[in-house]
Design a protein around this ligand. Structure first.
Ligand SMILES: [Zn+2]
Length: 443
């Protein structure tokens, strides 16, 4: 069958749903059910139903990841993220996807499955859920972070949240979704194997293959291999840094670099800027602080929130008496302090920026400070990071310790592709993905 004919059939099917509504399917039962059953069987053997994949964000951009998968009238949503505004978006606090299509088809949406708790994957949820009521499915840490957001937006009593652990499978409409454990900079991250009547799709989420991860198990490659053996129609893979050859280093290497920096900063107060959501990196910093007998304080609202949720759910291991309130900083000599702060991207309102520009109520950066930026600038943020570094190094004469690699977006996509060997896209392939086919980029 040609791709053109298939599109036509698909459109007819969509019209049928929009006229009758999915729930009316049963009312046709009386009309020669035997014949229709036979016809359905024959046509099923002839061809599988089409699967449609569309993206309301996350392609060719960093942030606001959201993918829609549709089959037999059911819609499954994977992630619902936000993006941070770039320097040109004056007066914009955050960027969210356009939800119009979801609002118009909400009766067909069976649920939202979440890969992990980073803002670019869950940050858009409160804005979508204020408009539509759809159940959420995610791992414990991811939903813990979502819960916090929903509480802030007074949505907590409205939304049904379902905790699903890696390794489990749930059924949403005509689709079966298997949660597969992956390594990432935040614990409890998963990929999805989505079994639809039209074939199986794999959505990797953000991932890396780390044989010595900071927390939890190594990525569940055997589940990926099993799905690959059964046949994969399309692999939707995260592609940040995918054009770099080779493999991403294990997070354990960062621990060694951190250790060296702590040794170098022996006489100074250490200020480390990283992503609030990079729970694993914060854990590494806490471990190092413990080793060198330093107290740890958090600065920045999102940092405090993330660490509170991760700590309560047991994803952050802080030794007793290591954590101190930021108000207690003055009670300790500088060389016994590590301040972990937001602002690794030079965001103007972040704690680090405010410290650098002498606008922070509790912390002034000065000569006795050793500063570590523990994240690579996200493409587009280099200038703001550059500004903040200049401000501190030249004006305040603090020591810029080092920049550690990001790790937040470090992956080995080629490995996933080798294991899953997704079907190459052909004109007659049943999946008619809008925009792209085969391996999709996912920012
Ligand atoms: Zn992520």
């Amino acid at each position: 069958m040609s791709a053109k004919n298939q599109q036509k059939n698909y459109k007819l099917k969509q019209n049928w749903y929009s006229k009758n509504g999915r729930n009316n399917q049963g009312s046709k039962k009386g009309q020669s059910s035997k014949m229709s059953k036979k016809a359905a069987k024959t046509s099923k053997a002839a061809k599988k139903p089409p699967v449609r994949v569309s993206f309301l964000g996350g392609l060719n951009e960093i942030g606001k990841n959201i993918t829609l998968i549709e089959c037999e009238g059911d819609i499954l949503i994977v992630d619902c993220g936000m993006a941070f505004p770039d320097g040109d978006m004056l007066g914009v606090d955050l960027v969210i996807p356009d939800f119009t299509y979801i609002e118009q088809n909400v009766d067909r949406v069976r649920g939202i499955v979440l890969t992990h708790g980073h803002e670019d994957h869950i940050g858009g949820l409160p804005f979508l859920l204020a408009k539509v009521n759809v159940p959420l499915y995610g791992t414990p840490l991811t939903l813990g972070l979502v819960e916090n957001k929903l509480r802030e937006h007074s949505l907590i009593n409205k939304v049904k949240m379902n905790v699903v652990n890696a390794g489990s499978t749930i059924t949403l409409g005509c689709m079966e979704v298997k949660f597969i454990h992956v390594n990432h900079s935040i614990p409890d991250a998963v990929a999805f194997a989505i079994k639809t009547p039209g074939g199986t799709l794999v959505h990797t989420g953000d991932f890396k293959i780390d044989c010595t991860p900071i927390s939890g198990d190594t990525i569940d490659l055997s589940s990926f291999a099993k799905v690959g053996d059964e046949g994969v129609l399309a692999l939707l893979g995260e592609s940040t840094n995918a054009n770099r050859p080779g493999y991403t280093r294990t997070e354990q290497m960062v621990s060694d670099s951190l250790d060296n920096l702590f040794k170098k900063a022996e006489k100074y107060r250490i200020i480390i800027a990283t992503f609030a959501s990079n729970v694993n990196r914060v854990q590494q910093i806490i471990d190092c602080a413990e080793k060198y007998g330093r107290k740890v304080a958090f600065s920045g609202r999102s940092m405090v929130t993330y660490m509170d949720v991760a700590g309560k759910l047991g994803y952050l291991n802080v030794p007793k008496n290591t954590l101190i309130d930021i108000d207690m900083l003055k009670k300790y000599p500088p060389e016994q302090i590590v301040l972990i702060t937001t602002g690794s991207q030079g965001e103007p309102m972040s704690a680090l920026s405010r410290m650098a520009y002498s606008d922070h109520r509790k912390v002034m950066v000065g000569e006795g400070d050793f500063i570590i930026i523990s994240a690579n600038p996200i493409p587009g943020n280099e200038k703001s990071v550059g500004n903040i570094v200049d401000e501190r190094v030249h004006v305040r004469r603090a020591r810029l310790g080092s920049r550690l690699p990001g790790g937040a977006q470090a992956h080995a996509p080629s490995g996933a592709s080798e294991i899953l060997h997704p079907r190459p896209r052909r004109a007659e392939a049943p999946a008619q993905a809008r925009g792209a086919g085969g391996v999709f980029g996912h920012g």
